[in-house]
Design a protein around this ligand. Sequence first.
Ligand code: ASP
Length: 464
Amino acid sequence: MQRTYIKDLKDCVGKEIVIKGWVNVRRDQGKMVFMDMRDVSGIVQCVVLPNNPAIETAKETRTEWVLAISGIVNKRPDKNIKAGVLNGDIEIEIKNIEVLNKAETPPFDLTEDGLNINEEVRMKYRHLDLRRERLQKNIRLRSKLVDLARQFLFKNGFTEIETPYLSKTTPEGSRDFVVPSRMYPGKFFALPQSPQQYKQLLMVAGFERYFQMARCFRDEDLRADRGFEHTQIDIETSFLSQEEFMKLDEAMITSIIEGLGYSVKEKPFPIFTYKEAMEKFGADKFDLRTEEDKKNGILALAWVKDFPFFEKDSEKNWTFTHNPFSHAKPEHVEWLLKGENIDKILTSQYDMVCNGLEIGGGSIRAHKPEMLKAVFRIMGYSDEQIEADFGHMLQALASGAPPHGGIAHGVERLLMVLTQEQYLREVQAFPQTSSGRTSIMDAPSDLTQKQLRELGLEIKKKAK
Ligand code: ASP
């Protein structure tokens, strides 16, 4: 008999059905056994009535066993109806139970939100942890969000293009993850902190509108909203002005947010200069919601632009505030090229803020080689160093690069705002633990002597 999804049982009253799924909760009442069965679509109460031969198997089963249950869908007596709950007015009278697989006792309760369970344990058994309703919802919401982004972008003439993971280090202000090369012992690839240079190269290549659900790797100290890996809706376009680009991106974010059923406080999003934001809110991330908005789950989005291009680092050298590949504001290009008034040069960077969190950032880029060169000169690079590190970009910009610009939106950040989750791990299927280890699989881990030899590596001091 064909399997029926639990969500569809309401249309099967009086009929014989087969459901397949997990035992969510089981209550053995001696003569009768109740089981709440769970599948991908919902939960339903099942009961083995007295004197039914299936009672033997029902008594053996435990939570998280995988069963195929055949039975009859019955209306519940009026007094047992649970209003407003899926299948609250029906139950399955079990005729037969087939055990598809047994399960060891789960290390934690899967019927609760799981927020109070030790993180290491949750991540070790992430395949079980993910069974809980909250995480199922979050991960499915993530899929819908990505789908809505794709729908918008395809409708607006974008091409989805993948860029390499094995690449060269690129300055995004964080530490690289590196991968040793077997063919070139002693040399290393870097995993991309973002596809920044590749997406610009795709503009030079004439693709005009690119996007990618881009995995980014950053070896930084982990915090609630930071993991080693995160995903960005990564976008780049050619020939659009800053205003045109911001409008297009705003339309995408709006279509995602509204497509997921949320409301936006103000459209078009208010725009603040960095100076205005600092004066008004004392920060470049701020929350424009009233208490009432918060209660109603409204999302308050805004743009911040006109950031300073440079700031001094801890060694008192100039460094970029956001992105070295940005175009200076047109009226400050002269200063940039001459290396004058460095503290006053503003960049074409724009950040998107939502409910106090930054949910995107991008810029119009330097599309002429001398502009990019000027940025690195200000940062104290010698011409040789610039050539060695960015010669490929300078060459590309010198080969008819169109004016271009783009943005990246952190998928996890966006989801955290939408779900009000406090931790990135609640919106990623297999996140790292806060101590920097992978979920389920035991990594980082040792290499064999053979692997080390092939890579030309020797481990000097073994970490405990
Ligand atoms: N590459 C930038 C980032 O990862 C985003 C951008 O400017 O498009 O933050």
